[in-house]
Each structure stands twice: as structure tokens, then as C-alpha cells.
Design a binder for this molecule. Sequence first.
Ligand code: CP
Length: 304
Amino acid sequence: MDNLLSMEHLTTNEIYELIEIASGIKNGSFKPHNYEDKFVANLFFENSTRTKSSFLVAEQKLGLKLIDFETSTSSVQKGESLYDTCKTLEQVGADVLVIRHSDTTYYNDLNSLKLPIINAGDGSGQHPTQSLLDLMTIYEEYETFKDLNILICGDIKNSRVARSNFQSLTALGANVMFSSPKAWRDDTLEAPYVDIDKVIEDIDIVMLLRVQHERHGDEETMNFENQNYHKNFGLTKARYNRLKSSAIVMHPAPVNRGVEIDDCLVEAEKSRIFKQMENGMYTRMAVIEYILQTKEAAINEIAN
Ligand code: CP
């Protein structure tokens, strides 16, 4: 694996290997390499709490040195292109770039760079490390993906998490269903749209999505009603009580409490929302380890 740009680029074997490495780091059975001779830059052109902080911790646990980069104080503010910023970081010695950007498939402009790129979220395209941490969390629970009934609920059209997880979970043999207002459907993803109240008792995982107000037009935002959405598509206490005893609740966060999920359910017994965040750090260590070891192996092969 040279880069991590989209879940579509990973084989199921690579997904299982990454989960195994992340789980091994978590339980102490896998010792990653030390990368104190390597440099990383994190380029976040969109806001982030979880992804950025967990990458920062993962990188420092792996010994990587951080190149200080903030879009707000960089020459991005003078109109520098994404390619020129990344090429500059490559030239000054970065060994890996972690990038979040509002443009879907921004990474297509960076094809000619020689250093690995890890996509930390591209517009409404992909969020591969989120998908991997979600898969790790599901695997910890069920030790399989095959035939799990998974309901992804909410703003499907604008969600990179929905797209990444639909692709990976389907490839791994899960049954993925969607529930969303008509305006937020994405007909390019071939999963059935269902009424949450008709399936709630049969699902193993309910995965709630954040309402992506930043990707909506003014009129859509003005017409949106929190209470109405919560009543029709949210995880209410009544729906939670109808879940199977073994079912779990997931959400990539940040959470709009009282919209996608009742405030009192965010840390309920079946919720794995904070477990997902914990697993995010191990997943990001695993991704960096995997990519840098692939690069090392390629360099050694050329040298020999
Ligand atoms: N889930 C997620 O990507 O969260 P952040 O936007 O806070 O990184």
C-alpha cells in the first residue's frame, strides 16, 4: 500500500491486515517500528478534532517528527496551490503527508509526488481512516462482517463516511441499508433505503451520520428542523429500546446531540462512539506503519 486515498483501493486482505496491526498495537502483541528519522506534515484544510488529534498522537507514538503546518499561517493564504504546498513539503524533507481537504478527490492533482499521502477526508468523497477505525470497532464486537445487518442513517449524499463504509462493509460481506430524507439519498450507492422503524429490531449496527450543514445550501439549512429530523431519522430512546440486546450504536462524530441521537444515548450501554475514537488512534498508527513499511520494502528491493 503506497498511499491511502480511498477504501475502493484496498483489498479485503489489506483491510484485515490493517485491523490486525491496529488490534495488535492496542493489545501489545504488535510492536511497530520507530520512525524518529522520518518527518510528517498534517495539512487540514477543513476543521477536525478527532482525525487531527489522533493522527498527531499516532505519529508521535511512532517517533515521527512533525513539520509545523497550519493553513491559516501558511502561504495557502497567499494563493499557493495544494500541489505547490505539497511539493514544497516534499522538497524540504517530509516523508509522508496527511491531508484533509474540502475538494472531493483533491489527491488526483498530487499524482506526481513521490511521498505517500494519507487521505484524512476529501469533501463528500472518502474518509478511509474513519472507515478502518469503524471496521476495527465492529470486528472487536462481532469478529466477522459477514451477514451483519448494518443501517447507515442520515445525510448519505454528503457523507464521506457513508461512502467509505458502504464500499468496505459491502466488500466484506455485510448487508448495508440506508435510511435518509429523500433529498439526502445517493443513488450511486446500491443499497436499499428503508424505514428505520421497520428494521430497527433486526439490525446489528445502527451507524448514525452527522447532518452536514456545511455542505448544504442556505435554503436547505433554513428549512431544516432538528426536532423533525430527530423524530423521523434519529436514534430516539424508543428506537434504542427496540434494538437487539447485542446491537451496537456508532457515529463518526462530532455529534449533533438531540438531532442524530438523543443526548442521553451518546454514552449509553450500546454506544461505541467513544470506543471508535480510541480505536482511531491505533488505526492511524497501523496505517502509517503499513505505508512506511511498504515504502521501505520497495526501497530495499531496488537496492538489492
Ligand atoms: N469523525 C471525524 O472525522 O471527526 P473530525 O472531523 O473531528 O476529525
